[in-house]
Design a protein around this ligand. Structure first.
Ligand code: XMP
Length: 517
């Protein structure tokens, strides 16, 4: 859960998490309707809910059965707070069970598309067709609604597919309105948000910025602020936002470790100097990082060497602005959820190269703490950051060092940088850049024989890696068109000395990972 902050001025809907992926998608859909939403753990108490003063509550779906011995429940006093509540799938069954209805295991599990038929007038389906397709995923079903509820829609396998006790502000749907496969789902969620909860749709990119700027001003007062820029979208948006809040009291520190892609360092510098006129300390530290990496081949040892060097360089630079009291961190809402919910699956913890020494005694400013990635991008666009920066694919903190297998040398960095630029150019030209989670090259530590002109060559292969993913926890190798692969291959081999062969990585995650190291 987040503390008070930028979201203070907004109507708030709490999404109770009975299954992390479900809760997250619901929370995003609510925000897309311009209502601020927050994910809270299922263990939340009525007092904690009341303290957050939400205008509505949504109980998410989840993988469990309400009959399991260790079935997730909810503090029953929450339902007596007088806050409108919508149960979805598992949340619908839980609501039914807690209020005295009946949930049973039905003969036919319902997975996939089902036809919903309106049975009685109600708030959620008002104005929608008598019959519509909805997305189902359940084995148990509510077979009898609790007293006071009207069954407003059914499907062949769900006698109580939608139920409402409008007077008490209690609603339940067996299907998933938050997924794209329920075409009218957005309207159903909006009916709950606006007609049942009376929420105000004020969570827009301009108001997000206004509130975040005000919160940063409140937090830092007249003090100086430091912000590390990495070249990635999160630190860039955080910096732009804080700059709007405190102007020239912000100093950005850009440590160029020499492991970035072609043109990246130049773009960061140009954007922040010319467009935002930020006080920017651009530290060209490639030599120090390369010295620390000399002879290092083990992937974890590389990360460690880079992390330690980063901290040392940052400390030296920060000394030049020793009057700073605050440090900007680009923490996003998913990171906050990950650390806040007991059940959330732990994402592989990477050594974060932006990680800073604990003893620096700088207070953190986290202006993106409440935002999902797509909101960060929208805010970045609104603040005037260039499109290439706002839509940049994720890039690991240790940079190209974890894409060069074996020792990282200036020569091998040059080879990979040139090849990587061609991959991205061709992916962009094919209009595929935004569809891919990441596309990049990997330089392995083997060489093979080739023939170019009349010459025998003995050079490195380049491995092309392109994946699609929602959140990097799982990923699928991208089915790049052959003609795109063909252009990448011939251009890389012709234009990049040191490479005489191109291979395509067709492994998914799991069992592989996205990066090679
Ligand atoms: P893997 O290779 O674990 O990568 O499938 C998942 C995502 O994380 C990125 N990644 C990193 N990011 N520091 C970072 O900041 C790292 O050390 C690091 N290693 C991997 C990777 O690019 C992918 O998006």
């Amino acid at each position: 859960m987040t503390g008070p902050g930028a979201q203070d001025g907004f109507d708030r809907v709490l999404v109770v998490d009975f299954g992390a992926q479900y809760a997250r998608l619901i929370a995003r859909r609510v925000r897309e309707a311009h209502v601020y939403s927050e994910i809270v753990p299922r263990q939340i108490t009525a007092a904690e809910v009341a303290a957050r003063r939400p205008v509505g509550l949504i109980l998410s779906g989840g993988p469990a059965s309400v009959y399991a011995a260790d079935a997730y429940t909810l503090d029953p006093a929450i339902l007596d707070l007088g806050i409108p509540v919508l149960g979805i799938c598992y949340g619908h069954q839980l609501l039914a069970r807690m209020l005295g209805g009946e949930v049973a295991r039905t003969d036919a599990a319902e997975f996939g598309k089902a036809e919903l038929a309106v049975a009685a007038p109600g708030l959620l389906l008002e104005g929608l067709p008598e019959r519509q397709g909805v997305w189902m995923s359940h084995r148990d079903a509510v077979v009898r609604a609790p007293q006071g509820f009207t069954v407003t829609a059914t499907t062949p396998a769900s006698p109580v597919a939608v139920m409402e006790d409008r007077g008490a502000g209690r609603f339940g749907v067996q299907f998933h309105p938050e997924v794209g496969h329920t075409p009218r789902g957005e309207e159903i969620l909006k009916a709950f948000l606006f007609a049942a909860c009376g929420a105000r749709p004020t969570w827009t990119r301009t108001s997000i910025i206004e509130q975040a700027v005000a919160a940063v001003r409140r937090q830092v007062g007249g003090e100086r602020v430091l912000c590390g820029l990495s070249g990635g979208v999160d630190s860039a948006v955080a910096a732009a936002l804080v700059h709007r809040a405190v102007g020239d009291r912000l100093t950005c520190v850009f440590i160029d470790h020499g492991l970035l892609r072609a043109g990246e360092a130049e773009q960061v510098e140009a954007t922040f100097r010319s467009h935002f006129r930020v006080d920017l300390l651009h530290v060209r530290a490639a030599d120090r990082f390369l010295a620390a990496l000399a002879g290092v081949t083990d992937p974890e040892a590389k990360r460690k060497a880079i992390g330690e060097t980063f901290i040392r360089v940052f400390e030296e630079v920060a000394a030049a602005r020793s009057d700073a009291r605050f440090l900007v961190q680009g923490t996003l809402y998913p990171d906050v959820i990950e650390s806040g919910t007991p059940d959330a699956a732990r994402i592989k913890s990477h050594h974060n190269v932006g990680g800073l020494p604990a003893d620096m005694r700088l207070e953190l400013v986290e202006p993106l703490r409440e935002l999902f990635k797509d909101e960060v991008r929208a805010v970045g666009e609104e603040l005037g950051l260039p499109e290439e920066m706002v839509w940049r694919q994720p890039f690991p903190g240790p940079g190209l060092a974890v894409r060069i297998i074996g020792e990282v040398t200036p020569e091998r960095l040059d080879i990979l940088r040139a090849a990587d630029a061609i991959i991205l150019e061709e992916v962009r030209r094919a209009g595929l850049y935004r569809q891919l989670w990441q596309a990049f090259g990997v330089l392995p530590a083997v060489r093979s024989v080739g023939v170019q002109g009349d010459e025998r060559t003995y050079a490195y292969p380049l491995i092309v890696r392109a994946v699609t993913s929602e959140d990097a926890m799982t990923a699928d190798w991208a089915r790049l068109p052959y003609d795109v692969l063909e252009r990448i291959s011939s251009r890389v081999i012709n234009e990049v000395p040191g490479i005489n062969r191109v291979a395509y990585d067709i492994s998914s995650k799991p069992p592989s990972t996205i990066e090679w190291e």
